[in-house]
Every structure is written in structure tokens, then in C-alpha cells.
Design a protein around this ligand. Structure first.
Ligand SMILES: [Zn+2]
Ligand SMILES: [Zn+2]
Length: 319
């Protein structure tokens, strides 16, 4: 497992990571985890529960909304996976990546492309920061499902971004492989999720040496015609939907209306797999109520004892 568990400060290069840690500068493509929280982040707006209060006091306890940066030092290019409500801070955190990125002028192109999983709050509303009121991007390729492509083109305010040439939606089909560089590919998988406006994609990023599955939202593993174990067997790392730890986490809320695989269900499902498979799994997209947000908590330890882990903002995977 080549994942480098590095908590990156805003302006650290991969070669000089946060306090007390050192990682060599990746020479090949790598992924930086820019966020690991459910759509509304941690702390969540107006929440006075202890975890959110603590996260306001201690920035290291915060989690930005789930997102990844794929960086390729060989070409200086980079791509964003999901455009979240935290995109402003995530662009700052992405600034040093890759170190070979060359640009001139005060407003260089932000990314060489975006990949969006689906049209829920945490995964695409950051697009608004690309428009003329903010960054004013130009002709930015945005890879989305066919239904998402239509949604962006036919509904405001997103259609304004398309019509003004800020973003250029590009359809990515089930199992289609997009080439981003030499031995660097992204493949899309359609997964079952509350599909009000769009369907929902997961992505497999394949690098020259390793691959990573990004699957932040799915209703339940059993509702997917593809067994998750089959996909897990094809990759080296998997960032999986870990929104809730147990069903009683949100009092007064019916979790059947917002289904996700509970982490306890995932632990039980993956228990029969060999340790080499379980080791690939890191849970992400954590709701602010999820006790696995707290490192060293009983929930976090239970996940570790089951041979899996919890993703943290700032970790890097060399691919
Ligand atoms: Zn989500
Ligand atoms: Zn969702």
C-alpha cells in the first residue's frame, strides 16, 4: 500500500509535508484528498453538537466536503473530482500540486478538467465559484454522465455557465476510459443513489502503478448490480461512502430516506475478505454526526481493528 498518510498544511509541497512527517516528492501521478466530509462539511452550519463546536475551535478537527485532486508532475496538469461548497479553500490547498505546474499571470487556469459524481449539494455547487462573479473560468471541461450533461445545459444557474463558455460539459459513459496522460486514465461506473436530477457516478483513477476507486455516495451495496468486492479486487485503494456509522446517529430522521451503507454494515460485509482486500478500504464522505470523524474514538478503533481505515483531509496516494 503506497498511500502516504500526510496531513498537508495549505502551502506544503509533497516533498515537505506537515510537521513531523516527510514524504518524497511524487514523480508520477498522485491524488491529494481535499475533503472527507459529507456534503455539508464538518462543522455543519448552525450545529451545536460537541463535535461541530470542537471543530470550530480546532481547525485540525475540521473536514472539508469530499473531493480529490489528481496531479501529474510529468505534465504539470491536474484535475478536480467533485466541485464542493468548500472549493475556495480546496483550491488554496491544491495550490502546490503538482509542483511542476507552470502558469503565468494572476489568474491561471484552475484545473485541466473536472469530474463530477452527481448533482447533490456537496458534489457540484462549487461550480458557481467558476462563473463570472468569481473566477471566470474559460472552457473548462467538466466530465459528467449523460443525464448530468443535460441537467447542466437545461437548468439555471448552471446553463449560464455553459452558455457563457465557463464550463464545457463532456459526457462520460459507463465503463468509458478517459485518457489524461501516459498510463493515466479515469473510468466511470454508474452506482445507485437518490437520482433526483442526475444519475450518480463513481470513478476509478488508474495510474502507471496503482489505481484508486472514488465512490463517495451510494444507497446500499446490495442495490448495486456490481458486487463492490469485484470492483475492490480491481483497484489498489478505495475511498468509499462512510456517511453514517450506525442507524441511530441522527435522532428523529428516517435514514431510509437518505440511504447509505452504514460503516457497521460495510465492516460486516467486508469481514470475510482477505486482509489484503480490507486494507484498501478508507471511509470518506463522513456526516458530522459520525463518531468515526474523531481519530482514536471507539468507532475509529473498530474500523482499524477490522483492517480498514478512515480517510483524512490531506492524505496523498501515489498512483
Ligand atoms: Zn454526498
Ligand atoms: Zn448524494
Amino acid at each position: 500500500m503506497r498511500a502516504l498518510f500526510t496531513f498537508l498544511a495549505a502551502a506544503t509541497l509533497p516533498g515537505c509535508a506537515g510537521p513531523g512527517s516527510y514524504t518524497p516528492t511524487p514523480r508520477g501521478p498522485y491524488v491529494v484528498v481535499l475533503g472527507t466530509a459529507q456534503d455539508a462539511g464538518l462543522p455543519q452550519i448552525g450545529c451545536l453538537e460537541e463535535r461541530c463546536v470542537r471543530a470550530r475551535k480546532h481547525p485540525q478537527e475540521r473536514r472539508l466536503v469530499t473531493s480529490l485532486l489528481l496531479a501529474d508532475p510529468r505534465t504539470g496538469k491536474r484535475w478536480l473530482f467533485d466541485a464542493t461548497p468548500d472549493i475556495r479553500e480546496q483550491v488554496t490547498r491544491a495550490a502546490p500540486h503538482p509542483p511542476t505546474r507552470s502558469f503565468s499571470g494572476p489568474r491561471p487556469p484552475l484545473f485541466d478538467g473536472l469530474f463530477l459524481t452527481h448533482a447533490h449539494m456537496g458534489h457540484y455547487t462549487g461550480l458557481l465559484h467558476l462563473g463570472p462573479e468569481a473566477y471566470g473560468a474559460k472552457d473548462l471541461p467538466v466530465y459528467v454522465s449523460t443525464r448530468f450533461d443535460t441537467f447542466l445545459r437545461q437548468n439555471g444557474p448552471w446553463s449560464l455557465l455553459v452558455d457563457a463558455g465557463v464550463i464545457r460539459p463532456e459526457e462520460i459513459l459507463q465503463d468509458e476510459r478517459i485518457t489524461l496522460g501516459e498510463n493515466l486514465f479515469v473510468r466511470a461506473l454508474v452506482v445507485p443513489h437518490r437520482d433526483e436530477f442526475t444519475d450518480t457516478l463513481a470513478f476509478i483513477i488508474e495510474g502507471p502503478r496503482e489505481s484508486l476507486l472514488y465512490l463517495p455516495d451510494i444507497d446500499k451495496w446490495e442495490r448495486w448490480s456490481t458486487p463492490i468486492e469485484e470492483v475492490l479486487a480491481r483497484v489498489d485503494h478505495a475511498l468509499l461512502d462512510g456517511a453514517f456509522y450506525t442507524a441511530d446517529e441522527i435522532p428523529g430522521r428516517d435514514l431510509s430516506e437518505i440511504p447509505h451503507p452504514l460503516i457497521t454494515e460495510s465492516l460486516a460485509r467486508f469481514a470475510p475478505l482477505p486482509a489484503s482486500e480490507r486494507r484498501k478500504v478508507l471511509f470518506t464522505h463522513l456526516n458530522h454526526t459520525n463518531p468515526a470523524c474523531d481519530s482514536g474514538s471507539p468507532a475509529d478503533l473498530e474500523i482499524g481493528n477490522a483492517g480498514m481505515g478512515v480517510a483524512r483531509d490531506g492524505i496523498i496516494f501515489e498512483l
